[in-house]
Design a protein around this ligand. Structure first.
Ligand SMILES: Cc1cc2nc3c(=O)[nH]c(=O)nc-3n(C[C@H](O)[C@H](O)[C@H](O)COP(=O)(O)O)c2cc1C
Length: 378
C-alpha cells in the first residue's frame, strides 16, 4: 500500500485515478470489416481500472494497415464499433485514448488499396518479414516513395481519423510516432533519403510529425492529445546512429504544444548491449532514457517498456516520469492496477495468443477477486 502508483495524476485535461497506464497493444481481433466487436468491448471493459487505456494501434486508412485483423477508424461501421468500446470503458469510470496509426512500409501490396505497393518516405524495403492476411510471412516489398500530394493526403487522413475518434466518444488520441512505422520512417536516416523538404536535416525529417500533430490539434485540444516515440527503439527499423540530436530536437519542440503527455518507450537492449528474448531489460532506473528527456521536457511523461512495480514507483518518485504504461502484464491481468498497488503478482501471459484468435488469451484472464482465480491459483 501507499504506492505512488495509486495516486491521481493530471495529464493535460484528464485527472487519472492512478498512474498505471494500459499500453497500446495490437491484438488482431477486429471484425471482418476491421470494426471493433462486442468481444473487443469486453476486453477493454475488463481493463477499465487503468488510469488511462491507450487502445491498440488503429489505422487511419486502408493504406495505413499492415497486419490482418487490426481495427480501423475510417468507416462508419468502425466508428460504431469503437462507440461500443468507449461506452463500455466509460460505464466503468475509465478513460480511453485512441492510438492513431499509419504503418508506412510495414505492409504488403496484398492488403493495400488496389494492391498497390505500400508507401514510405523512400523506396527502401524494411528488413525482415511482413504478415499476410492468412498469417503467413513473406519478405518485405520495396515500398513506393511518397510524392508531396501523397504526404498531404496522409495528413488529411490523420485529421479525418481524429474527427472520427471524437465521434466515437474517445477522451483523446495518441499519435503513434514509434516502433518503425510511418512517422519513425521519416525521422530515421536509415529509411528517409529524401532530398525535398521532408528529408535531409533533422528539421526536415521531423516535418511530417509536426504537420500531423497540427492537423490533429485542429480537431482535439492539446490537453486531449498525446504522442508516442521510441528514441532508442529498433522495432521494425534500424537504430538511429546518433539518436539524441534527433530526439532532443523533436522533444524540445513538442514542449511548446502543451500536450496531455509524451509517451516514451525505453530501449529493449540490456546495458551489456545484448537483446534479451523478451522485454526483460536489465536497465536500472538511472539508465532510462526518460531521465535524460525529463531534463528537456517539463510536461507529463509516460514511460513504457520492461517495467515492474518497483521500477515504476522509483521512476515516478525520482520525477523521471509521471505515469508508467504496462503492456504484456495488462494482456494477462485485467485488474493489473489493483495487483500492482497491492503487491499481488500478475498472471503469466501466453505469447501464442497475443495476435489473432478469439476470446482465448484475450478476455479469459481472471481478475484476482474471483473465486475461480483463487481456486486456480491453489
Ligand atoms: C502483443 C503486443 C502488441 C503491441 N502493440 C502495440 C501497438 O499497437 N502500439 C504500440 O505503440 N506499441 C505496441 N506494443 C508495445 C507495447 O505498447 C509496450 O511498449 C511493450 O509491450 C513494452 O512494455 P511491457 O514491457 O510492459 O510489455 C505491443 C506490444 C505487444 C507485446
Amino acid at each position: 500500500m501507499n504506492s505512488v502508483l495509486a495516486t491521481p495524476v493530471t495529464l493535460g485535461s484528464h485527472t487519472l485515478q492512478n498512474r498505471i497506464i494500459m499500453a497500446p497493444l495490437t491484438r488482431m481481433r477486429a471484425g471482418s470489416e476491421l470494426e471493433p466487436t462486442a468481444l473487443n468491448a469486453d476486453y477493454y471493459r475488463q481493463r477499465a481500472t487503468a488510469g488511462l487505456i491507450i487502445t491498440e494501434a488503429t489505422q487511419i486508412s486502408q493504406q495505413g494497415q499492415g497486419y490482418p485483423g487490426t481495427p480501423g477508424i475510417y468507416t462508419a461501421k468502425q466508428i460504431e464499433g469503437w462507440k461500443k468500446v468507449t461506452e463500455a470503458v466509460h460505464e466503468q469510470g475509465g478513460t480511453i485514448f485512441l492510438q492513431l496509426w499509419h504503418v508506412g512500409r510495414i505492409s504488403h501490396s496484398a492488403i493495400q488499396p488496389n494492391k498497390q505497393l505500400p508507401v514510405a518516405p523512400s523506396a527502401l524495403a524494411a528488413h525482415g518479414k511482413v504478415m499476410l492476411p492468412d498469417y503467413s510471412r513473406v519478405e518485405f516489398e520495396t515500398p513506393q516513395a511518397l510524392m508531396i500530394e501523397g504526404i498531404k493526403a496522409i495528413i488529411k487522413d490523420y485529421k479525418d481519423a481524429a474527427q472520427n475518434a471524437k465521434t466515437a466518444g474517445f477522451d483523446g488520441v495518441e499519435i503513434h510516432g514509434a516502433n518503425g512505422y510511418l512517422i519513425e520512417q521519416f525521422l530515421r536516416t536509415a529509411s528517409n533519403q529524401r532530398t525535398d523538404p521532408y528529408g535531409g536535416s533533422i528539421e526536415n525529417r521531423a516535418k511530417i510529425l509536426f504537420e500531423i500533430l497540427e492537423a490533429v490539434l485542429t480537431i482535439w485540444p492539446s490537453g486531449d492529445t498525446g504522442i508516442r516515440l521510441s528514441p532508442l527503439g529498433t522495432a521494425n527499423i534500424a537504430a538511429e546512429p546518433d539518436p539524441y540530436p534527433l530526439y532532443d530536437y523533436v522533444i524540445k519542440n513538442l514542449q511548446q504544444y502543451n500536450l496531455a503527455y509524451l509517451h516514451i518507450i525505453e530501449s529493449r537492449e540490456s546495458v551489456a548491449g545484448t537483446r534479451p528474448p523478451e522485454h526483460e531489460t536489465n536497465l536500472t532506473v538511472e539508465d532510462l532514457s526518460v531521465k535524460h528527456f525529463r531534463t528537456i521536457y517539463k510536461n507529463p511523461i509516460i514511460a513504457a517498456g520492461g517495467f515492474d512495480k518497483q521500477k515504476a514507483e522509483a521512476t515516478i518518485e525520482k520525477g523521471y516520469a509521471d505515469a508508467v504504461a504496462f503492456g504484456r502484464h495488462f494482456i494477462s491481468t485485467p485488474d493489473l492496477p489493483y495487483r500492482l498497488i497491492n503487491g499481488i503478482p500478475a498472471n503469466p501471459y501466453d505469447r501464442s495468443t497475443f495476435y489473432g484468435g478469439s476470446s482465448k488469451g484475450y478476455t479469459d484472464y481472471l481478475p484476482s477477486d474471483t473465486a475461480e482465480y483463487a481456486e486456480r491459483k491453489n
